[in-house]
Design a protein around this ligand. Sequence first.
Ligand SMILES: [Zn+2]
Length: 454
Amino acid sequence: MNTLIESALARGLDTKAVVMGVDVLGSTGPLFTELFPDERAVLIADTNTWAVAAEEIRASLAAAGVQMEYPIIFPGTPTLFADDQMVNDLWFRLAPIDAIPVSLASGSLNDVTKLASHWVGRSYINVCTAASVDGYTSFGAAITVEGIKQTQECPAPRGIIVPLDVMVEAPIRLTATGYGDLIEKIPAGADWIIADELGLDPIDDYVWAMVQGPLREALGDPQGLVNGNLQAMGKLAEGLVMSGLAMQVNQSSRPASGGGHYFSHQWEMEGYGRDWEPPLSHGFKVGLGAVAMCALYEKFLELDLTSLDIDARLASWSTPEADEARVRALQDNPILCEAAVKQSAGKYIPQDHAGARLELIQDQFRSIHTRVSAQVLPAPVIEQMLKDAGAIYHPAQIGVTLPELRHKYYQAQTIRTRYTLLDLLQELGLFSQLVDSLFEPGGYWYNRDGEHQE
Ligand SMILES: [Zn+2]
């Protein structure tokens, strides 16, 4: 058994058991009776996941003496979309039956099952059919409500089965999606270091090690993933599972999500790529966000703040009204705009406190620089890793122009209170200078304009 995962489970989380390996579908029955003795089961799948895993799972449950309700099977095409309507639909079908859900699912259907199970007051087991998300073991479900994607609070599954031999057979784009979601933990770690240094969000060493410990190895063989290598899949799956468990321990997504995720959140809230078939995945957008953040980190690491003129910066410090106007000007969608105004107000610092913040940044800069340098990878390296995994690494691949990507940096800074490099640069008054330089001659994105279009 995986010792990293075992030690995490010993922390008393919602998730009590993770069965990962080859030929583990047959463990479903014993796991079910261990976690839910004397309960009935109901399988939840779409036609794709049903085809790959249902037979063995049903046989295993039957052999363990588990009674099963008639299964709930959604269409596999078009690709399922996790919205409130689908959660309602599943809730409606679960409510009248007395059975524990066993979902055969990757991202969306797992999220839907997680929330609908919570609504009927039950826990559940998920059989992970693709390495496409870190959300299997995280609390909360990413559900789109009235067009806006949001995380709904609900417990993680009580148990998951991670069948590596099934996952390597899943479409490459699903594995690439999980890879993109995971690679963002590199710049996200740097964002957490900054927040830690400024005393805003202290790092929990145990949680940090859960995510960052296995991370480099989990990302280490992208070509192996494409080639269906079981060992590479085992590492990726371990990284994804550990990230989800870290979010359970920390009761927050901070350990697994930073500025690179905000690019994705912004696109998701706009509904960008939602109508595509298949829809533009979370991990594809997040991976691109990771490249964007690492490119910005390279510019950040070139800074020297010893000569920062704090008085000059304070003289041009925005009033709350001016800062709100700035945020409003960046967000066209009225619902998004109100959300961003609220989030940004949560991190606004009034001018009489700003001097202390700027001094703290200056004092901690050397330490931030040292720790961040050791954490991030150069953007071209991240780009190559994503490319090797079959993921998205250039905005043109998803129909986004460079001016639009530039605008995304600005929008990404507004949508979450959680502090990242984007906020540090905003406070220093260096945001536009550094971001815009990426798109000017010699800048990271300028150099890449059109080079890698597919
Ligand atoms: Zn994510």
